[in-house]
Design a protein around this ligand. Structure first.
Ligand code: ITT
Ligand code: NA
Length: 204
């Protein structure tokens, strides 16, 4: 059994591989389909971007396709970087964003908040869209609450994990093991919601 996920993010892919392995599924990602076009994320919401990725690739491959659009929403920044999380520190035509340049920019933006020694609350958000040709897509979302720490810690995970302090853990999400993160993260919670409905939906 196999699931196609419309992602090029190796960190996400690893988490999906682990979560789907428990259900007896192998995962394929866009890294396995180099001939497919890039899908431009022109949406302004997580759902729009997840739909663009899942529905475009499902229509090309004529197969069911899952997509994840996710990001970090910082309350004191009005929910930014949000849907722009992956591209936060990009300078178009000059430099691509990397996980570490995104973290550096976010910590810079939060400088005055840290000086006030307030708790910089934030949440990771994940929207999953499962699309299949000629049918309505499944959509589920979940959040993971925490705070931003000014000093990055931990080597696991990806993206903003080194600066995301998990509520009640005293650890960043990069200090959690992959097993721990895959039980409590925004992506794990969205997967749980999807699990309730997707096999039935796939077969109808
Ligand atoms: P695909 O669109 O190809 O899936 P992407 O990295 O561009 O890959 P998104 O547009 O959904 O994916 O951007 C999500 C960004 O939000 C991601 O690059 C991370 O910086 C951040 N992010 C999402 N989930 C995260 C997690 O579990 N841990 C840390 N950072 C996360
Ligand atoms: Na993306």
């Amino acid at each position: 059994k196999e699931i196609i996920i419309a992602t090029k993010n190796a960190g996400k892919a690893k988490e999906f591989e682990a979560m789907f392995a428990k259900k007896g599924y192998k995962v394929k990602t866009l890294l396995d389909y180099p001939e497919l076009p890039d899908v431009e994320e022109t949406g302004v919401t997580f759902e729009e971007n997840a739909r663009l990725k899942a529905e475009t690739i499902a229509n090309i491959l004529k197969k069911p396709v899952l997509a994840d659009d996710s990001g970090l929403m910082v309350d004191v920044l009005g929910g930014f970087p949000g849907v722009y999380s992956a591209r936060y520190s990009e300078i178009p035509g000059v430099r691509k964003a990397t996980d570490s340049s995104n973290i550096a920019k976010l910590l810079g933006d939060l400088h005055s908040a840290f000086i006030k020694e307030e708790k910089v609350t934030a949440q990771f958000h994940c929207t999953l869209v499962f699309a299949k040709p000629e049918s309505d897509s499944l959509v589920v979302s979940a959040d993971w609450h925490g705070a931003i720490t000014p000093i990055p810690r931990g080597n696991n995970g990806f993206g903003y994990d080194p600066i995301f302090l998990v509520d009640d853990f005293g650890k960043t999400s990069a200090e959690l093991s992959s097993e721990e993160k895959n039980q409590i993260s925004h992506r794990a919670k969205a997967m749980e919601k999807l699990s309730l409905v997707w096999e039935n939906w796939l077969n109808n």
